[in-house]
Write a protein that binds this ligand. Structure first.
Ligand SMILES: Nc1nc2c(ncn2[C@@H]2O[C@H](COP(=O)(O)OP(=O)(O)OP(=O)(O)O)[C@@H](O)[C@H]2O)c(=O)[nH]1
Length: 514
């Protein structure tokens, strides 16, 4: 989580830093473009003002008598034109009806500059291409008489190409793909462009370039826009007041923000190997740290499903995971102890610790199977204490419990280790004797007598005064009987013994004794 947070934090800082840099750089480039656009606009404006002023000076100096002398007028204009190179494509004079007064035939009068000049205003016309593929710019100024009335129009045709204005724009290029545009909104025309192929071409339709649309509507300033070729660019717009034009200085965003892209590449190249190395090292450490935990969890899981025996887990290291594994092992040891205690309880009598009825039945089953296979006999001695109820009633239940414990101990001392003494009821015990020598009846009877004697022997001091006896029923089996049958037969014999007189034994079908 910590690492993830550190990575997210670093990524967020990186994104934020990039955003700030882009914003700052965009602002800085926009300022630069604005300055450039203003500089070029002033240059273009000077270019036009210089020519209009020249035309106005010429209009003032034009001798009125030449108006009616076309050849002399033409000569006069040619002489003035030669003195100055501002209008290399020609000068002309027309009366206010549009009739040419000089005899050079190149300049027409059905143009906006003529209309404006005949109305008393100096004007710049629509730039057009000449036969020699130059860009020509027509201008016109009014010629007034002494009373100030417009009597004619003086027209001049400047050569934008020859005058080097376009070269100037070329020099104004910013970056590899940036450039300058001079646009006439009235004519919806690119007057001049760094990209010469755009010169004298119509401007894009409305809606293609949103910043251009705003500039056409009078906006001056800077902004980011997508141009007609789908390239995002930072553009600044400045006015050329003398012509009603505007200048656009533009630079593709990709080029303007190239330093940011370079910085991003640099950071990624620098950081990527370090981050990869850190992740790798942390991954290896985590694997090393957690592998014992995962292995222990897997083993514990398999133990729970019973696929593995309950066994202590291996303690790999003396760290937190090692401590956890040790604690698990201790818990497991307790669980095993409890399981063993429960298993013991399920098969033994809680008071005497002797096998209970269920364990007796299992052992009897095994003994019968063994006897059947080897041709032996087993003896079942069913003991029921005599007068135990009155002992309980007289000396109390606790004393009765002690007496039962003592009797259990005595009976265990009588039998071999391979035999079983079980307590199957309140004052009922069963002795299972196996491997009896022939004749088995005799061995069983001797054992029964020993039991009667052992039980009848005086009890220890704290139980002194109590007298207990036992009646015993004996049944012999050779493996053909079921445990239930043999126990029922012995029980039945025990009742016969009781009926015959307490402190006696009886054998199924045969012997009885006292
Ligand atoms: N103290 C003690 N008494 C028990 C326990 N289990 C059973 N008893 C008592 O043992 C007696 C057994 O009953 P009986 O076999 O009828 O009594 P009995 O006096 O031996 O009768 P007979 O067998 O006919 O001689 C009952 O009084 C039970 O309450 C025990 O765990 N502890």
């Amino acid at each position: 989580m910590g690492l993830a947070m550190a990575l997210v934090g670093t990524a967020a800082s990186y994104i934020q830093l990039t955003r700030f840099l882009r914003e700052d750089l965009t602002k800085s480039v926009a300022t630069q473009q604005t300055a450039l656009a203003a500089y070029v606009a002033r240059d273009v404006d000077n270019y036009i003002v210089e020519r209009l002023s020249f035309l106005e000076r010429l209009a003032l100096a034009l001798p009125p008598e030449l108006m009616s002398q076309p050849r002399q007028l033409h000569a006069w204009l040619a002489e003035r034109g030669a003195l100055s190179d501002l209008f290399p494509l020609g000068l002309a004079v027309a009366d206010i009806d549009g009739k040419r007064l000089d005899d050079s035939g190149q300049i027409t009068t059905d143009s906006p500059e003529f209309t404006a000049a005949s109305a008393g205003r100096r004007a710049v016309g629509r730039p057009r291409a000449t036969a020699s593929q130059h860009s020509a710019l027509p201008m016109g100024v009014p010629v007034r008489n002494a009373a100030g009335q417009v009597i004619a129009v003086l027209l001049g045709m400047a050569d934008l190409t020859a005058d080097g204005l376009l070269d100037h724009l070329q020099e104004g290029r910013v970056g590899q793909n940036g450039g300058i545009l001079v646009i006439s909104p009235r004519d919806r025309l690119f007057v001049a462009s760094t990209d010469v192929s755009m010169s004298l071409k119509p401007t894009p339709a409305d809606g293609v370039n949103l910043l251009h649309d705003r500039a056409m509507a009078g906006f001056r300033g800077s902004g980011t826009t997508r141009n007609a070729r789908g390239i995002d660019e930072i553009s600044a717009i400045a006015s050329v007041p003398s012509a009603g034009w505007f200048v656009v200085a533009r630079l593709p965003v990709s080029e303007a923000l190239a330093p940011v892209a370079r910085m991003q590449t640099f950071i990624l190249q620098q950081r990527a190997p370090a981050v990869t190395a850190v992740l790798l090292v942390i991954g290896l450490i985590m694997t090393w740290l957690l592998r014992p935990l995962f292995r222990a969890a897997d083993q514990a899981d398999r133990m729970t499903r019973g696929e593995l025996a309950l066994a202590p887990l291996r303690v790999v290291r003396d760290d937190e995971i090692g401590h956890l594994t040790q604690a698990f092992n201790r818990l497991l040891a307790k669980l095993v102890d409890n399981q063993e205690a429960l298993a013991h309880l399920a098969h033994h009598d809680a008071l005497t610790g002797l096998p209970n009825r269920q364990l007796l039945r299992d052992r009897l089953q095994q003994a019968l199977a063994h006897a059947g296979r080897h041709g032996h006999q087993v003896a079942v001695l069913y003991l029921d204490l005599d007068g135990f109820k009155s002992l309980n009633d007289t000396f109390g239940h606790e004393a009765g419990d002690k007496a039962l414990g003592e009797i259990a101990r005595r009976l265990q001392c009588l039998v071999r280790q391979t035999d079983t003494v079980a307590r199957i009821g309140g004052d009922e015990f069963v002795l299972l004797a196996t491997g009896l020598k022939a004749p088995a009846e005799q061995g069983a009877l001797v054992l029964a007598q020993r039991c009667i004697d052992a039980i009848a022997a005086p009890l220890p001091q704290e139980l002194a005064g109590m007298a207990i006896g036992a009646s015993i029923g004996i049944a012999l089996g050779n493996g053909s009987e079921t445990p239930q049958d043999l126990l029922a037969a012995a029980d039945k014999a025990m009742y016969r013994a009781k009926q015959g007189g307490r402190g006696s034994y009886a054998m199924t079908g045969v012997a009885t004794g006292t």
